[in-house]
Design a protein around this ligand. Structure first.
Ligand code: ADP
Ligand code: MG
Length: 267
């Protein structure tokens, strides 16, 4: 199916509420090829909607399916059944589940971004180069991207003496901040964050949280996993709690947060 065919066959647009993502009855079964092809359930029947400027925090114990859900939406994992309707800039929707890998690649970048906990290994790149390239990839001019990369790195307390150092030799926390700076360059319309501040000390964590908060103000739809309740309470507009791949609770942050325990946000 081409992107055009997917557009034509998708659900009607609902522009009135700035809807970006409409996930319906999503399931993911993992086939364990090394154990007799047995399959295990990662997600079963997950449904929710996410609009521009909203920030949904995914909570749930370790193994609940949070990362699997982000990967299914970014299409690192191919969902087994269900739909992921994504609203394009022109207001049409497409089902990410039905797209080919090539079509998925086209949507990444300007439309959908994903920031994981770890920086992908790129041994020969400097921090400034890596972050600048992320901006160019999202359509910025090289000079503009370089200026913005410098601003982001400064805001995340990556000093200028580190800008030309190969990222492979940076500390875990520095790598994570470079990764976040790259992920936030000219942000896409939907941003998926999987524990983006997990390795940061309190001061750097504050700078990172400030930057993430600005995303919502600029209208980016954010779906994020954090392993601390403080980040969730400061950033999320809504919380979805997953257990064994199923949504067990969801609602506005001030309704759900009081019922969460530290065990609900374990990595
Ligand atoms: N690629 C995979 N192959 C097999 N099982 C997987 C795979 N990815 C995740 N799982 C399983 O799916 C379940 C959910 O995992 P995950 O989404 O990583 O949970 P969380 O991020 O909430 O800790 C776990 O039981 C995990 O072992
Ligand atoms: Mg996870």
């Amino acid at each position: 199916m081409t992107v055009e065919q997917a557009v034509a066959s998708a659900a009607p647009v609902r522009e009135e509420d700035g809807l970006i993502l409409d996930v319906r009855e999503l399931t993911k079964e993992f086939v364990l090829h090394n154990i007799d092809g047995r399959s295990v359930s990662g997600l079963s029947g997950v449904s929710f909607r996410l609009s521009a400027g909203e920030h949904i925090a995914l909570a749930g114990t370790s193994g609940a399916g949070k990362s699997s859900l982000l990967r299914a939406i970014y299409r690192t994992y191919k969902p087994t059944t269900g739909n992921i309707f994504f609203t394009l800039e022109d207001g049409n929707t497409i089902d990410l589940v039905g797209l080919s890998d090539q079509e998925v690649t086209m949507l990444r970048g300007r439309q959908i971004g994903y920031v994981s906990q770890f920086l992908r290994a790129q041994p020969r790149r400097s921090a400034l180069d890596l972050v600048t390239r992320a901006g160019v990839y999202r359509g910025m001019g090289r000079d503009e991207a370089r200026d913005m990369a410098a601003t982001s790195l400064r805001r995340l307390n990556i000093g200028e003496h580190l800008w030309d150092v190969h990222v492979s030799v940076l500390s875990g926390g520095e790598k994570q901040r470079v990764n976040l700076a790259a992920g936030l360059m000219s942000p896409p319309r939907l941003l998926l964050l999987d524990e983006p501040v997990s390795a940061l000390d309190p001061e750097n964590r504050e700078s990172a949280i400030d930057l993430i908060a600005e995303l919502s103000q600029s209208g980016v739809a954010v779906l994020a996993v954090f392993h601390d309740l403080d980040a969730i309470s400061r950033l999320a507009t809504r919380i979805i709690v997953l257990e064994k791949g199923t949504v067990t609770r969801s609602g506005p942050t001030d309704h759900i947060l009081p019922s969460l325990t530290v065990g609900d946000v374990q990595p």
